[in-house]
Write a protein that binds this ligand. Structure first.
Ligand code: NAD
Length: 349
């Protein structure tokens, strides 16, 4: 166990277990945090491999993200608790990276199936294949989780449009997307096909060039310009914390619905958005499609993408409920979602 007094960290939420991963021989360091569940059903949460500035930083991320996974799971109608693993990426050559991942996978085995995991930022399918050879508790092979994440966001945008404008029609609506990685690019494809006016940005200019070639109607802006675009929908699909005290003053959108985890720098930002009259679709509600697909892979021996699409219907259903409750009680959508998730965690997880 770590020598941190992790109970004193603000991110600590009576987590069930926090494991300190350490294999000096190969250079593995990190944490596995199990937030809720793990008694009758396993916990779910992907593994992040990231260049954290300190162990404390990594631990905070594991605590925060594992909690988010419990909320995501509960509101997706799943009875699995949330978890997260974070590995502190050392400067390592390919061979050493392999040794670290093998050592990590063997530590996942120590949890005897109470923790089911896959890949998050910093890990790819090749890494997943390697770790699966050591541990059977890795998922994310059968489907492309990003596809279902993007599909859930697309349906959520339609719910928000309908809620605000009385029609879920995407054609003619303007949408700005921040981050055109795996999720953002798929979302772009869905919206482009339906005739949305799209404004996009990414830090990687090569990626933007390729997308502009394929989707010639899109408008490209530099990363720092994305917040101030006058659009119906702003969709953050890059990293955590895009909605903060600085950025929200620049916003010129009516709806925020995107894939990035932890979009709000703090819960108070959600309240500020509410006061500004901007409809915020809570991130962990709208981006649950990937989780639903890996849970389906875990639960069923047979592949069935129609089954996942049916299961995805819970996302727009829950979002509608949250938006209606927010109007009825006059409280911010993030707070409505948090209350609902906490209630469901107590009942089902
Ligand atoms: P990704 O790494 O493939 O893409 C992220 C993109 O954002 C990259 O192209 C990167 O260059 C860009 N980016 C980073 N910072 C930026 C900035 N400041 N301005 C503009 N662009 C920036 O990741 P992904 O899998 O597409 O996931 C995107 C987000 O969605 C992440 O926050 C992730 O945690 C979350 N998420 C992903 C899934 C999934 O299924 N992959 C599921 C749930 C949530």
């Amino acid at each position: 166990m770590t020598n941190f007094e992790y109970e004193k960290l603000t991110e600590f939420d009576n987590h069930r277990t926090v494991l300190y991963l350490h294999d000096h021989a190969v250079g593995l360091k990190g944490f596995i945090a199990l937030h809720r569940g793990g008694f009758h059903n396993p916990t779910f949460g992907a593994t992040r491999f990231w260049n954290y500035v300190s162990e404390k930083d990594a631990l905070r991320d594991a605590l925060r993200l594992s909690r988010l996974m419990s909320y995501k799971s509960a509101l997706a109608g799943l009875s699995y608790g949330g978890a997260k693993a974070v590995l502190i990426a050392p400067v390592a050559d390919e061979k050493n990276r392999e040794r670290i991942l093998r050592s990590y996978a063997s530590q996942v085995n120590l949890l005897s199936g109470n923790f089911i995991t896959g890949t998050d930022v910093g890990l790819d399918r090749r890494d997943l294949t390697l770790m699966k050879k050591v541990s059977k508790f890795f998922v994310g092979f059968r489907y492309n989780p990003e596809y279902y994440t993007a599909l859930g966001i697309y349906h959520s945008i339609k719910v928000c449009l309908s809620f605000l404008f009385g029609s879920s029609e995407v054609q003619g609506r303007s949408v700005s997307i921040q981050g055109l990685g795996k999720v953002g690019a798929l979302l772009l494809a869905f919206l482009y096909k339906e005739g949305a006016h799209l404004i996009i940005t990414d830090l990687q200019s090569d990626l933007i060039r390729k997308l502009k070639k394929k989707y010639h109607r899109v408008q490209v802006v530099p990363p720092q310009e994305i917040y101030k675009q006058k659009v119906d929908v702003f969709s953050p699909c890059a990293l955590s914390g895009p909605l903060n005290i600085k950025s929200i003053n620049k916003l010129n959108c009516k709806i925020i619905a995107g894939g990035a985890n932890n979009q709000l720098a703090s819960e108070e930002i959600g309240a500020l958005l509410f006061r500004l009259g901007i409809l915020y679709a809570p991130d962990y509600v709208v981006n649950a499609g990937g989780l639903i697909s890996v849970v389906d892979e875990f639960e069923y021996p047979q592949q069935d993408s129609d089954r996942i699409k049916k299961r995805l219907a819970i996302i727009p259903k829950t979002l509608k409920l949250i938006l209606a409750e927010s109007v009825r009680k006059k409280i911010a959508t993030n707070l409505v979602a948090n209350h609902l998730a906490e209630k469901r965690i107590k009942e089902f997880i």
